[in-house]
Ligand binder design. Structure first.
Ligand code: GDP
Length: 444
């Protein structure tokens, strides 16, 4: 997985910090050094790292004003925000022209994933906008390139305009655009030639195509696996072509992630999409904030927050967080919690999104089948108020009474109490560890 090393190192850094009751100047310095090394090791551009660390340090030094978070949480929060900023803050949409066709020019070095990405993009446009895209095959230097584009196009049922390999690419583009206008295609995606390295001739040709086509979007495709080279490539292309966006491919691979973190800061151009696989639907809009959470190992917390914000009762959530903090979570909360969970999805899914929980073995047993929910409620309703507040009271004879009262078998009562205890244990772990994440999740 991409970013694995970086995530691990940042998490270690934060864990170290979390164990300290108070963060001294020296601790902060050490943390900043750890973060700097982690980023450099992840192949982030050194200038970007320098700015980043400076920014985090300045903010962290003045952070004691933040209420409710402990020092480690404050720093996680700052690092998360600064990572997001570094990658461009907001997702940037594909440019669209007022009149058809919208012209998208793909550029990039050979093997970066240009043709594949052109296909993925066309499919996305088809699926999401019901668009009628057309490709122009303007890479005449490798006969296989046109075949490859044809194959991709065929698999997603998109037409290709091509004139073989004997016509000048600029002329191919001119005629292709004419045909797209005649046939009312709303998007044209131009697949241009790549080279193993940036060279003058390639750039001249791309500039000529650009001049002729005036593309609405010039997407540079770069391979995330190439680290700093990807950043240099982006700089080189941007200088000549003034690109409008970047697609970072192969983020499903074992990349250290430096490219994703540096490109925006170095070129000033947004990463618009990321490729995360070889299949045609493996192209995703790049969300800097989600990527930052992913890098920090915060799972897909944002998805959860979105989900949670839709359904969540904030006051209730806040109460639960408090309870968890005090470790006084009881069966009344369990009932409330289950009602929330019913709205939000499975317990396992939710717990998985909490930092540090993804691999917790306790998760295996934490799932509650919605069908069983009513039975569980019946058991809880059979408890006395004292039992609900103090689950430790539930000795075998009381459990038998609950079974009789709820009309459920004793094994089910025992299982539920076990689940409850597991949930409580997990919550304790979470609240000792990464409360900031959970508070986010709870909308706090
Ligand atoms: P081009 O020379 O720039 O047109 O590159 P291609 O589109 O031919 O892609 C080169 C190789 O990278 C092909 O084997 C693709 O399947 C692969 N590829 C492209 N994008 C991705 C991606 O996001 N993830 C993975 N794993 N492979 C990719």
């Amino acid at each position: 997985m991409a970013f694995e090393g970086l995530t691990q190192r940042l998490q270690d850094t934060m864990a170290k910090l979390r164990r300290k009751p108070k963060v001294t100047e020296a601790d902060l310095k050490e943390t900043m050094r750890d973060i700097r090394l982690a980023l450099l090791e992840a192949d982030v551009n050194f200038k970007v790292v320098k700015d980043f660390v400076k920014q985090v340090r300045t903010r962290a030094a003045g952070a004691d004003v933040l209420k409710g978070l402990n020092p480690a949480q404050q720093i996680v929060k700052i690092v998360n925000e600064e990572l997001t900023k570094m990658m461009g803050e907001e997702a940037v949409a594909l440019n669209k022209s007022d009149k058809i066709p919208t012209i998208i020019m793909m550029a990039g070095l050979q093997g970066a994933g240009k043709t594949t990405t052109a296909g993925k993009l066309a499919l996305k446009l088809k699926n999401e906008q019901n668009a009628r895209p057309m490709f122009i095959a303007a890479d005449i230097y490798r006969p296989a390139a046109i075949d490859q584009l044809e194959q991709v196009a065929q698999s997603i049922e998109v037409p290709v305009f091509q004139l073989g390999t004997d016509v000048d690419p600029v002329e191919i583009v001119r005629q292709g655009l004419q045909q797209a206008r005649d046939q009312h295609n709303d998007y044209v995606i131009i697949d241009t030639a790549g080279r193993l390295q940036i060279d003058e001739k390639l750039m001249d040709e791309l500039v000529q195509i650009k001049t002729l086509a005036s593309p609405d979007e010039i997407l540079l495709v770069v391979d995330a696996m190439t680290g700093q080279n990807a950043v240099e490539t982006a700089e080189g292309f941007n200088e000549k072509l003034d690109i409008t966006g970047v697609v970072l491919t192969k983020l499903d691979g074992d990349t250290r992630g430096g490219a994703a973190l540096s490109i925006r800061a170095v070129t000033g151009k947004p990463i618009k999409f990321v490729g995360q696989g070889e299949k045609m639907d493996d192209l995703d809009v790049f969300h800097p904030d989600r990527m930052a959470s992913r890098i920090l190992g915060m799972g897909d917390m944002l998805t959860l927050i979105e989900k949670a914000q839709k359904d969540f009762d904030e006051e209730q959530a806040q109460k639960t967080v408090e309870k968890m903090r005090e470790n006084s979570f009881d069966f009344n909360d369990f009932l409330d919690q289950m009602a929330q969970m019913q709205k939000m999805g499975s317990m396992e899914d939710i717990m998985k999104m909490i930092p540090g929980m993804a691999n917790n073995p306790a998760l295996k047993n934490a799932n509650i089948d919605p069908k069983d929910m009513e039975h569980l409620k019946a058991i809880v309703y059979s408890m006395t108020p004292a039992e609900r507040e103090n689950p430790d009271l539930l000795n075998p004879s009381r459990r038998r009474r609950l079974a009789a009262g709820s009309g459920r078998p004793i094994v089910e009562v025992n299982r539920m109490i076990k689940q409850f205890n597991q949930m409580k244990k997990m919550m304790k772990q979470v609240s000792n560890g990464n409360m900031s994440g959970l508070e986010n999740m709870m909308g706090g």
